[in-house]
Design a protein around this ligand. Structure first.
Ligand code: DGP
Length: 121
């Protein structure tokens, strides 16, 4: 727990979030500033600053994050159409909150993903 970390405060119930999953090691909640129709953050309860700080002993956390993301994508109905999983790493990678998290971005109509604009699909 880092006192000034917003994700630690959400995990501890000191700040509100729209949770979609709460497990022993991992939680997931909706991003406050969504950049996709479905935008959910998968967050370990343990405070780890970024992917750069992930240690071998925490490999199980990464595994749980990925499998939880896969399950949430299915529950949100975006698994078949497709989705993105993104880790932003440090400032240069666009990281803003320095508590490890995995973005699930999806819910676009088939062929309407911004990356595919102008491409024949
Ligand atoms: P990143 O750039 O990878 O660090 O993304 C951090 C995301 O966290 C960003 O998309 C906005 C989201 N976010 C920041 N503060 C809050 C908050 O207080 N609540 C929720 N639900 N999301 C937040």
């Amino acid at each position: 727990m880092e006192g000034d970390c917003i994700f630690c405060r959400i995990i501890n119930g000191e700040a509100k979030a729209d949770f979609v999953y709460q497990g022993e090691n991992i939680v997931a909640f909706r991003d406050i500033k969504p950049s996709a129709p479905v935008h959910i953050l998968v967050v370990p309860k343990k405070h780890i600053r970024s992917m750069n700080d992930l240690e071998e002993q925490d490999a199980f956390i990464l595994k749980e994050m990925l499998f939880t993301a896969k399950e949430i994508a299915r529950e949100q109905g975006t698994d078949q159409a497709g989705y993105k999983l993104v880790f932003n790493v440090e400032r240069g990678g666009g990281q803003y909150v320095f508590h490890l998290h995995l973005h699930i971005l999806g819910g676009w109509e088939l062929g309407k993903h911004p990356r595919l604009a102008g491409m024949p699909v």
